[in-house]
Design a protein around this ligand. Structure first.
Ligand SMILES: O=P(O)(O)O[C@H]1O[C@H](CO)[C@@H](O)[C@H]1O
Length: 321
């Protein structure tokens, strides 16, 4: 008989169709990476952070390229280098320091990733967004995801901030997802809905904050798309993205948002437009994106990004301390 006692099929008996056991998933495309971080491992990492910091953070922040200063605002920080966190990957990209910072900001308990993981670094999507599940088990209710992105919408200028209200998941179009592989319902459902993933109240509050900061003309609401990278896009790709209604393009965030929505976190995300993407052919060399420019613009605009984030966190905290 079946040695897992889950069916009555004699195992391997000639002429008998053997049932597929829930434990035996050798029949599916191997997706071992999605199983690298089972619930118990995520729980261990979360325990390490909550015990090490003595806090259960309520808001999680992911700092985009060159936006590590968002985490520098945190008061009484407890800093965890990624290398010292059990089972954590390491950051390999310039502008992503590789530290988790836990503390308070505007009175709220927060944890910030000063350095995210990208698909092009060689990490599978499940690994890239694993820290979001760690945040969830640490107690995080709100994910603030930030990124540097190329502006495709011709109305966007370098230095503008685009509040994300939706995304086009190009990696998903190609059959890749951080949720691929067996689903653990302790995190969320097999088939999560993604309409209204970006919290409307937080977008509206951010627009009001932009007005109060006097930067309303630099604030937009739009659609982000994540490509695999690390190469920047071709003109034909950028034209295609524009036709699809994409306003800004990058190589991150979407899989983090999918993971956050899967486990029912509220999401706020924005793109700092660090370069304008060319959508017409020309010989101009300065239209080529490069990471140095991305970093320089992020550095220049870090003050505005920090103020937007801290004011929004203050509002969340004041509304429900
Ligand atoms: O999305 P973040 O991490 O902000 O970084 C963006 O900047 C890098 C390219 O310059 C890419 O990693 C792109 O995704």
């Amino acid at each position: 008989m079946c040695n897992t006692n889950c069916c009555s099929n004699p195992k391997g008996k000639a002429g008998t169709k053997t049932a597929i056991h829930s434990e035996d998933r050798s029949d599916i495309i191997p997706t071992p990476d999605s199983q690298l971080y089972p619930y118990e491992v995520i729980e261990e990492i979360a325990d390490f952070i909550t015990k090490g910091s003595g806090m259960r953070p309520r808001i999680g922040i992911i700092c985009g390229s060159g936006l590590g200063s968002l985490a520098d605002m945190i008061q009484d920080p407890k800093i965890f280098e990624y290398e010292k966190i059990p089972n954590f990957p390491v950051s390999t990209v310039e502008g992503h320091a590789g530290r988790l910072v836990v503390g308070t900001l505007e009175g709220a308990t927060v944890m910030a990733m000063q350095g995210r993981f990208h698909f092009y670094e060689g990490y599978p999507l499940a690994k890239c967004s694993m820290p979001v599940r760690v945040m969830k088990l640490c107690g995080v209710e709100y994910l603030f995801a930030t990124n540097a992105a190329g502006g495709i919408n011709p109305r966007f200028a370098v230095g503008d901030i685009m509040l994300m209200h939706d995304h086009v998941n190009m990696l998903g179009f190609a059959g890749n997802s951080p949720l691929q592989g067996p689903n653990d319902p302790r995190f969320g459902p097999r088939f999560p809905a993604l309409v209204n993933s970006y919290n409307k109240d937080l977008i509206n509050k951010a627009i009001e904050i932009g007005k109060a900061m006097g930067i309303e003309s630099n604030i937009h609401v739009g659609v982000y798309s994540c490509l695999g990278g690390p190469n920047y896009e071709t003109i034909a790709e950028l034209k295609a993205l524009r036709m699809m209604g994409v306003d800004a393009v990058g190589m991150s965030t979407v899989h983090e948002v999918i993971t956050a929505r899967h486990c029912d976190m509220k999401v706020f995300a924005f793109s700092l437009i660090t370069n304008k993407c060319a959508t017409e052919y020309s010989d101009k060399k300065d239209e080529e994106a490069n990471h140095e420019e991305v970093m320089a613009v992020a550095k220049n605009r870090q003050k505005a990004c920090c103020e937007l984030v801290s004011r929004l966190i203050r509002e969340i905290h004041m509304a429900s301390p």
